[in-house]
Design a protein around this ligand. Structure first.
Ligand code: GLU
Length: 397
């Protein structure tokens, strides 16, 4: 038989998704597992969204839509961008996608030629480099450290630019670190992006979960609107993970390009999910505020517990719903069963096998020293997770 696609072979499967799937399978098989693997809010999709989608199905609105999505829904996205981000978009600049992950993929497809470099601040969401590789681009990582609040500076960015650089990915607030860039910091990065005439993909899916500061979209910074591709979705803000609904907001030529791609690939995201997004975008915002309050309490609880555990160093993140503690002080220790802990992966494997706790090794996000906890789970689960983590760490010391 002939060989399979080398481009596809080169990419790794998503470790966040793999760990979530494994944890769910173990739980279904009766194992006692506490999972803080995937970033998936534990709240149900708000009732007004569910009701509206049910009405839409009953009304028979179950036909194909335009590849870029239903006009009414794209108008609602424009209203949202104006209301919440102060940005003016027209519906022909919006493309509805099957989740934000799909939106990122479409952006890379629209921007990249073979060998184009994409700058990705590390730690990064697991998916960005793999999608860059999938479309024959080259991911270039700019490292950040916990000491610098996991932020890259304008100088760091400048140093990583080459004649092949095409775009910069900003994930603000960041998954996995919870870092939030301030308006001033974005302005400094934007200056470099403009100077080198680059595009910027701005993944803003956690924008509503900012606890210490206010959120600014990089598209709102002077000179950035035309070169920014905003990626967003309803999975996190409105607990619609399984609905798979997101969007891109970009300049018209880029939107046209993505629309063309979608017309030949997915055609469009499920129209039921699109109507669900309409109800979410135009509906009451209290549900999001309530959730943010709950996440902030959970963050504080988790932070207070983790910072007391010896061998673990954790910073209080300003946004999203993840904690990204450093655990490398534990490397070199042995488990009571005699297994050497020498990496974030061996540590997480040990926690899963011997303490029934699923979390994601930092290496998935380009940082071997850390592990990621999602705190988008109820307090009971978080308490159990902290107990198990603490017991697991103490057994190594
Ligand atoms: N974005 C979430 C996470 O990082 C969901 C899983 C995924 O797509 O990575 O856990």
């Amino acid at each position: 038989m002939k060989s399979l696609s080398s481009r596809t072979e080169k990419i790794a499967p998503s470790l966040t998704v793999a760990i979530d799937t494994l944890a769910k399978t173990l739980i279904a098989n009766g194992k006692d597992i506490v999972s803080l693997g995937a970033g998936e809010p534990d709240f149900p999709t708000p009732e007004h969204i569910r009701r509206y989608a049910q009405q839409v199905i009953d009304a028979g609105k179950t036909r194909y839509t335009a590849p870029v999505g239903i006009l009414e829904v794209r108008e609602a996205v424009c209203r949202k961008l104006k209301r919440e981000n102060g940005l003016d978009y027209k519906p022909n600049q919006i493309i509805m996608t099957s989740g934000a992950k799909h939106a990122v993929y479409n952006c890379f497809l629209a921007l990249l030629n073979e060998g184009d470099e994409v700058i990705i601040p590390a730690p990064y969401w697991v998916t960005y480099p793999e999608l860059v590789k999938l479309v024959s681009g080259i991911p270039i990582f700019v490292e950040s450290t916990a000491e610098n609040k996991f932020k890259i500076s304008d100088q760091d960015l400048e140093k990583s630019i080459t004649p092949k650089t095409k775009c910069v990915v900003l994930n603000n607030p960041c998954n996995p670190t919870g870092t939030v860039y301030s308006k001033g910091e974005l302005e400094a990065l934007a200056k470099v992006i403009r100077k080198h005439d680059l595009f910027c993909i701005s993944d803003e899916v956690y924008e509503h979960f900012v606890y210490e500061d206010t959120f600014t979209s990089v598209a709102a910074i002077e000179g950035m609107y035309e070169r920014t591709l905003i990626v967003n979705g309803l999975s996190k803000s409105h607990c619609m993970t399984g609905w798979r609904i997101g969007y891109v907001a970009a300049s018209e030529p880029i939107a046209l390009m993505i629309g063309k791609v979608q017309s030949q690939t997915t055609h469009h995201p499920s129209n039921i999910a699109q109507y669900g997004a309409l109800a979410a975008l135009d509906g009451p915002f209290e549900c999001v505020i309530e959730m943010k309050k709950a996440f902030q309490e959970r963050r504080d609880y988790m932070f207070n517990r983790l910072q007391k555990i010896p061998g673990v160093s954790v910073r209080l993140p300003e946004g999203a719903f993840y904690l990204f503690p450093t655990v490398s002080a534990l490397f070199g220790k042995h488990t009571p069963e005699g297994v050497l802990i020498d990496s974030s992966s061996s540590f997480c494997k040990y926690l899963l096998e011997f303490h029934g706790l699923a979390i994601v090794p930092g290496i998935a996000f380009g940082n071997e020293n850390c592990v990621r906890f999602s705190y988008a789970a109820n307090m009971d689960t978080l308490q159990k997770a902290c107990d198990r983590f603490e017991a697991g760490v103490k057994a190594l010391l």
